[in-house]
Design a protein around this ligand. Structure first.
Ligand code: SAJ
Length: 414
């Protein structure tokens, strides 16, 4: 097949949480890979075999494939058989999709796309993006998509913390602009993915990804709503969920301080903006999840009011356990709101977060937070915080929105 030999060059555009693992895995599978990023410091780090993001196993793999000469990074694209676009797709202030990074990536690769090349968009995108922002952007005048150049969407599905396993093991949904585009893209993914490669069209693939993350958002919202209503009725929501989930057809997710990360709280807006009148449930779920951090702040301040000059200890700032990723983190939002409230002294501890990222907050060791806190808030369930018990925190009142310590039967837990 023209342009797609087993050892052909792959150009991965965007070297973040999705693009860099993808580039490294392709290089390990024997491809010659050039990763492209507009951030020179990221490019330089990768070319030294280093990684600026925290993801288990990624630093070793990048060091290995860079040393073997199969992965290099650059600020400029190169001519390649396959282009994979893994750039961010955030939402604007008004919650409409911001496709500027996708358009910029398409424009950047345009001079390098030769006849027979395959261009795949992995970024989570609203329906129509693969056609309008990618195909229309990269195809030279007179060329026909599906004959001269092949364009498809294959949404990334990797879970931060398990990216290296999931990028290879997950089933993938591949949707081309034409059937031939789908076929070319599916053959590319079949060459390194062990999961099933499922074929469809580009618009369906775009919608599938948005449905996956919206499904999760709606279901977390249900758990969060449940936790807020149960707390007013003297019932432990975690026990309610545990018991309800023993029904063969019930599987409620877990409440927490809110929904963070750059995906679950963002992607549902792409569905909303495509059909505002037809997305009541999705919009309500977003509102419920967005309201949860403030509910937790209220619980903490109510507990702090009972104490004189209280010290409030916040455990965890990242959006979920095992990562230092602070993007849209409800834990960080709660800690900052408490800090700004001026009610007592706020101390924070997160072993995965560099203090310099939050110069407004007072960091302390776990031992110091435990020793000094009058109110202790369990925000991000890092494994380092599991197994704590009243013996660790003494008389402190505990607020535990994730139910992490409920097993330890703490007196005074809110
Ligand atoms: N959360 C809860 N309760 C739960 C599960 C999660 O409060 O029961 C919270 C987490 O604490 C976190 C947020 O939701 O703040 C999101 O975490 P997550 O683990 O659900 O998802 P992400 O954002 O790390 O990754 C998701 C994944 N999508 C789905 O599981 C449907 C991943 O597969 C996607 O590739 C990723 O979004 C993405 O990039 O779109």
């Amino acid at each position: 097949m023209q342009g797609q030999s087993e050892n052909g060059v792959v150009c991965v555009v965007g070297l973040g949480y999705v693009g860099l693992p993808m580039a490294a895995v392709l290089a390990r599978a024997g491809r010659q890979v050039v990763g492209v990023d507009v951030r020179p410091e990221v490019v330089e780090a990768i070319n030294r075999g280093e990684v600026v993001i925290h993801e288990p196993g990624l630093d070793e793999l990048v060091a290995e494939v860079v040393a073997a000469g199969r992965l290099r990074a650059s600020v400029e694209p190169v001519e390649a058989d396959v282009f994979v676009l893994c750039v961010p797709t955030p939402v604007c202030e008004d919650r409409s999709p911001d496709l500027s990074y996708v358009r910029a990536a398409a424009e950047a690769i345009r001079p390098w796309v030769r006849e027979g090349a395959l261009v795949v968009l992995e970024s989570t995108s609203p329906p129509g993006t693969t056609q309008e922002a990618v195909a229309d952007g990269v195809v030279p005048e007179g060329w026909v998509v599906g004959r001269d150049v092949f364009v498809a969407h294959c949404p990334e599905r990797v879970l931060p913390g398990q990216i290296l396993q999931e990028v290879v093991g997950n089933d993938r949904v591949v949707g081309g602009i034409t059937d031939e585009c789908t076929e070319r893209a599916a053959e590319f993914y079949d060459s390194f993915v062990s999961g099933a490669v499922l074929r469809t069209d580009a618009r369906t693939a775009e919608m599938v990804k948005l449905v996956e993350n919206s499904f999760r958002d709606v279901n977390i919202a249900f758990a969060n709503e449940l936790s807020m209503l149960a707390s007013g009725q003297g019932v432990d929501p975690f026990r309610v969920i545990e018991l309800a989930n023993r029904h063969p057809r019930v599987n409620v997710l877990q409440p927490g301080p809110g929904v963070g990360g750059h995906c679950i709280g963002v992607d549902p807006w792409f569905l909303v903006s495509s059909a505002p009148e037809a997305t009541d449930l999705i919009q309500t779920a977003r509102r419920v999840n967005d309201a949860k951090p403030e509910f937790v702040v209220g619980q903490v301040l109510a507990a702090a009011k009972e104490k004189q000059d209280p010290v409030i200890g916040c455990l965890g700032l990242a959006y979920k356990s095992g990562t230092g990723d602070l993007r849209e983190s409800p834990s960080l939002q709660v800690a900052r709101r408490l800090n700004e409230s001026g009610e007592g002294t706020v101390l924070v501890c997160d072993p995965y977060v560099d203090e310099q990222e939050c110069p407004d907050l007072a960091f302390a060791s776990l031992a110091d937070v435990l020793e000094q806190s009058d109110v202790l808030v369990m925000l991000t369930d890092h494994s380092e915080f599991h197994g704590l018990s009243p013996a660790s925190w003494g008389d402190a009142v505990v607020v535990d929105p994730r139910g992490c310590w409920r097993e330890s039967a703490c007196a005074g837990a809110v």
